[in-house]
Design a protein around this ligand. Structure first.
Ligand SMILES: *Cc1c(COP(=O)(O)O)cnc(C)c1O
Length: 236
């Protein structure tokens, strides 16, 4: 086993312990939490190693980057999540490569994905990314437009809305993100009640704050650096 693989194994153990402790504090069960390993910027070999350790969900944020890695990964039984901002003109390639689009942030994008998924006769679960940070540079749809976008999914035949995703501002003290996660959960509950549809997925929490997210109801956490190590490029 390579040094990288030993580090990955130890990192995964640590992440699993953190998940276990957080779910205990929240009186939840660890198997309610899907660990999405964010493999962006890391090579296909790192993903193969992670798969070998039992991980089955992976997150990537650039279509082009994943297209390069994908041929080495095509044999794996895994769910590939697109977690970045997706340009509409890349919808076709994204539908081809990914099983879940986690960051739908506009109606035109949702419609483009639905058309492409229909052309491939592929059922495509998706999440809406809501902008829960006050930083204007951050992606996601504004809270005021969430209801309209969520409603529009009802008319789509192949893209299926499963829940919400959000990225809060970064705080040194992870505890300070709690209100942002709580708000995202409220939004999910609100949209679900208003539309009368189940929205079981709440994707929130990253390497440094996923315990707080779990305590606030996350069903999926997106963890990159705590598993694969620090990224040297493309942190966004
Ligand atoms: C990069 C990224 C992550 C993982 O971040 P880490 O801090 O490395 O865990 C999670 N979610 C999104 C949307 C990302 O772009």
């Amino acid at each position: 086993m390579t040094t990288e693989n030993i580090a990955l194994r130890q990192n995964l153990e640590r992440v699993r312990e953190r998940i276990e402790r957080a779910t205990q504090r929240a009186a939840r069960k660890a198997d309610e939490i899907t660990l999405v390993a964010v493999s962006k910027t890391f090579p296909a070999e790192a993903i193969l190693a992670a798969h070998g350790l039992g991980l089955r969900h992976f997150g990537e944020n650039r279509v082009q980057e994943f297209e390069v890695k994908q041929p080495k990964l095509a044999v794996l039984d895994a769910v590939w999540h697109f977690i970045g901002h997706l340009q509409r003109n890349k919808a076709r390639r994204a539908v081809h490569l990914f099983q879940r689009i986690d960051a739908v942030d506009s109606l035109p994008l949702a419609r483009a994905l639905d058309l492409e998924a229909a052309a491939r006769e592929k059922r495509l679960p998706a999440l809406i990314e809501v902008r829960i940070s006050d930083e204007p540079s951050k992606s996601g749809i504004g809270e005021g437009d969430l209801g309209t976008l969520a409603e529009a999914f009802a008319a789509m035949t192949h893209v299926k809305l499963r829940g919400l995703m959000g990225v809060p501002p970064y705080f040194e003290q992870a505890e300070r993100v709690r209100p942002y996660f709580a708000r995202l959960r409220e939004m999910r509950d609100g949209v679900s009640a208003r539309l009368g549809v189940a929205l079981p997925v709440l994707s929130m929490g990253m390497s440094h704050d996923f315990e707080v997210a779990i305590e606030e109801g996350a069903t999926e956490i997106r963890v990159g650096s705590a598993l694969f190590g620090e990224r040297t490029r493309g942190a966004g």
